[in-house]
Each structure stands twice: as C-alpha cells, then as structure tokens.
Design a protein around this ligand. Sequence first.
Ligand SMILES: Cc1ncc(C[n+]2csc(CCOP(=O)(O)OP(=O)(O)O)c2C)c(N)n1
Length: 281
Amino acid sequence: MLNHPKEIVRDLEEKALLARQEIVRMTTNASSGHLGGSLSCVDLLVALYFHQLRHNPSDPSWPDRDRFILSKGHAAPALYAILALSGYFPKEELSTFRRMNSRLQGHPNNKKTPGVEISTGSLGQGLSGAVGMALGFKISGRENHVYALLGDGELNEGQIWEAAMFASHHEVVGITALVDRNHGQNDGRTEKVMSIESLIAKWMAFGWRVFEVNGHNMKDILDVLDRSMEDRNKPTVIIAETVKGKGVSFVEGNDAYHAKSLPKQKLDVALAELEGMRSAL
Ligand SMILES: Cc1ncc(C[n+]2csc(CCOP(=O)(O)OP(=O)(O)O)c2C)c(N)n1
C-alpha cells in the first residue's frame, strides 16, 4: 500500500526517536557498544518491526512469523531497543546490556534472547543463514518472508557474495536483504578500506532485484518495502543510504563512535538533542 497515512508515519518516527534514546542510554550505561552503526539502522528496524514483519512478540516461536536476521550483529543495541519496544522483554532489561549473565550480550544470541533468530556478530554469516531459511520455506511451501540487515563494511566479506550467488542460482524466493549504506566501518570510510562500488551493478550481476532508499525517511522506507514485495519471486536487496550516528549531531559521521559509547557527561546533551527532534515530527 503506497500513500501511508501521515499519522502512521509519525507514529513510526516517534518510535525511532524512542529507540535512539534507549540506544544512547544503554551503551553509555554499559560504557561500551557500537553506537554509530546502531543509530544508522534504527529507522529501517522500526519500519520492519512495527509495520512490515508478521510477528508476535508474545509468541516468539510462532511458526508463521517472518524472520529478521541482524547480520551486522554489532548493532545489537538497535535490535534490543526495538525488541523491547515491541514487547519481547521489559524495557527495563535494556539497562543490563553487556552485563554478566544478562540476556542482552554485546552481540545477539538466539539461545538467550527472545526475538533473536540467529546468533550473529561474526560479519558475513547472517545472509547465508537468511538465504538458508528462505530456501527452507520455499521447499516446504511456506510464505514466511526473511529479511536480513547487512552493513556496507560487512559487504567486504566474501561469504556475502557466496550467499548472493547461491540465492539466485537456487531461485530462492521470499528474501529481502537491506544494506545499511552509512559509508563507515571499523577502520574508517568504506571506500577507503575496500571499495564496494558499483554496488547496484554488483547486486544486479549476482541476480538480485535492487531498490534504493533514503534510510532515514520513514515514508520512503514504507513505500520501498511495499514496492519490493510486489514480486517475491526473486531475491531482493534494498540499499538504504544512511548516516552513521544519525540523530546525535556530534556522533553523526564521526568514525570515533563506531565501537564506542558516549561518556556520561555527553549523555544528557544527546538525549536533549533527540528530545528536541520530537517537535519537528
Ligand atoms: C568476521 C568479522 N571480522 C571483523 C569483525 C570486527 N568488526 C566489527 S564491526 C566491523 C565493521 C563493520 O562495518 P559495517 O558493516 O559497515 O558496520 P556499521 O558501520 O554499519 O556499524 C568490524 C570489522 C567482526 N565482527 N567480524
């Protein structure tokens, strides 16, 4: 459905704001965590969990659910914030992020955390898991859709391209990969570390349908998800242009915050900045 009502878009934007506040709080509280790449993918996750996915937070094992795989597993704070806001576990549990014995470890663990489908963190593996799941659904005649979120730095991993090649060769259906194209990775800018352009041509050469979107424009994200679902019969990738650290001015585009949290003195400033964005929604 194109032309989503303004109230729905606004509600999702508000959820993204709340999720960003939880992410900065939880990482500062843990004095660690990957802040930049968590903030860049929030709008995509909100659109997926609060609009797109068939899922049931009170029954995480519901067989008919769609699957979401956070292939860039270090963005766990974003996933945890969204899972908590969805009702998979209490929001208060976010304060245990990265603590001993917490269910919310630095990278997602499907043995511990409700709503986590595959343990991830070793970059490059999530898409293979997602493609395997989608192939399984195809073989068993099920309609469950599988989504995987990849980092653009993660695309340096050869396994991603093996999975991409496998998916088109085996005519895997019902799979959508989303690339968080924030142009940063662990050691700096993606184009400096190892160039991934021309990205669209690469995915097309591997037999995927390609869409592009501004990964911070909620209306556009909903629209591209709708358009991408019009044909489920080919593996699909959505390249989402994003800003690393989106929402906190001094974190935006700042590579120092790839794997770092805000110090306590900066937390209130960041939270106030995010709160200030509410009036613009
Ligand atoms: C196999 C593997 N190698 C190295 C790392 C360490 N690492 C963690 S995050 C990261 C950079 C990832 O960049 P990107 O996918 O663009 O993530 P984002 O910038 O969106 O946070 C690296 C190299 C890892 N987690 N897994």
